[in-house]
Design a protein around this ligand. Structure first.
Ligand code: GLA
Length: 367
């Protein structure tokens, strides 16, 4: 009898944890089924996330009149995500951002990775975490936990890495993303979410009129293939100074700045001012017409602010919008690019016995 109660108790716990079954969202060419989950709070905010790439497909938030609209770029169907996407909404890993020439040495051993971006490694390789079907651990109306096991030497990275990812939607319209990982061999790791935000709602126009503020007085300066030179350059007096809020488009074409020319606009990692490892508010974005505001918090040391410079109109997304140049902006919280080759940067090495843990949140409100 006692055992019967115990069994019922565990079953009900399981049902509670799984009480959001999601909706079928198609299959990968390999025949793996993908599910789309909707997180929803009492305020009406919705976040749609699939277990393919951990992709955030939709975020519905109110404008100043209360109208719910979508504030991220993406597609209506799984097939479009599989065919061609510049990481819309995806989790990037095992190593988000770039590693010089796709090579690094760890504990005296050299590892070779895909060097698919201008001869450099980008976002985990040819089939990174953004293209994997993640296992669903738990899903409710307010949270979704996914896991992925990346095998030893997958995309060239050492160690069997076990990753857990949890998305949580709060009543304060905050979307939290927390990551945990362990490995059985020393490896390098840099996980981030690659959502393209456009707070105008349903991507009505480009992001050049968005106002951005970033709590960073230094920039991770890059060379012509966007690999860090090793210099953390002061932003004061440059188009990279967002310590006070600036309209994105105001200085984005200021070609007197070499870094602007190299990035084709903003495509750089800012070195955040907050104490290393501390969790704090690091950036604010405001879209003046809709009144939507987004505050980004993280415990990561950097944020890649990318203004969709490579979007060229060839992809048509949700609501039939062709995503032209600068139709979305990314704030990818992360460690600095090329950290495995830059001993002066904070370390991205994860060793057996240690647990990688990090958290980022995007909070939406009205300005
Ligand atoms: C990142 C990079 C950009 C670009 C996009 C994807 O954010 O920094 O240069 O590659 O991903 O298009």
């Amino acid at each position: 009898m006692k055992y019967c109660f115990l069994a019922l108790f565990f079953m009900s716990q399981n049902l509670l944890a799984m009480h959001n079954p999601g909706k079928p969202f198609g299959q990968t060419p390999a025949g793996e089924s993908v599910t789309l989950f909707t997180l929803k709070n009492a305020k009406g905010m919705e976040v749609h996330i699939m277990n393919y790439g951990g992709i955030i497909q939709k975020i519905l938030t109110p404008d100043r009149t209360g109208k719910l609209e979508d504030v991220v770029l993406g597609f209506e169907t799984l097939d479009e995500y599989i065919k061609d996407t510049p990481y819309f909404g995806a989790i990037v890993g095992r190593f988000g951002n770039r590693i010089a020439a796709g090579k690094f040495t760890l504990d005296g051993k050299e590892y070779t990775l895909a060097a698919q971006n201008n001869g450099q490694h980008l976002h985990g390789g040819l089939v990174g975490f953004d293209k994997k079907v993640w296992q669903v651990l738990e899903a409710s109306d307010r949270s979704l936990s996914l896991s992925y096991i990346s095998k030893d030497l997958e995309e060239g990275f050492p160690g069997n890495l076990s990753v857990k990812l949890t998305y949580t939607l709060s009543e304060e319209n905050e979307l939290g993303i927390s990551y945990e990982a362990t490995t059985d061999k020393a490896t390098v790791l840099n996980l981030s979410n690659h959502s393209y935000f456009n707070l105008s709602g349903n991507a009505k126009r480009d992001i050049l009129a968005h106002e951005v503020q970033i709590n960073a007085s230094r920039l991770v300066a890059v060379n012509k293939v966007l690999i860090p030179t090793g210099v953390l350059a002061p932003v004061a007096g440059t188009p990279f100074d967002f310590t006070k809020s600036h309209v994105v488009g105001d200085r984005i074409n200021d070609t007197s700045s070499e870094q602007i020319v190299l990035g084709g606009g903003y495509d750089h990692c800012w070195a955040l001012d907050k104490p290393f490892g501390s969790y704090a508010k690091i950036a604010t974005v405001v879209e003046p017409v809709s009144g939507r505001k987004m505050v980004v918090s993280t415990d990561q040391p950097g944020v890649q602010f990318y203004t969709g410079n490579f979007l060229d109109g060839h992809l048509t997304g949700k609501y039939g919008v062709a995503y032209g140049k600068r139709f979305g902006l990314c704030l990818e919280t992360e460690h600095f690019p090329d950290s495995p080759n830059q001993s002066a940067f904070p370390s991205t090495v994860l060793r057996p016995g240690d647990t990688y843990k990090t958290k980022t949140a995007y909070q939406f409100s009205i300005n």
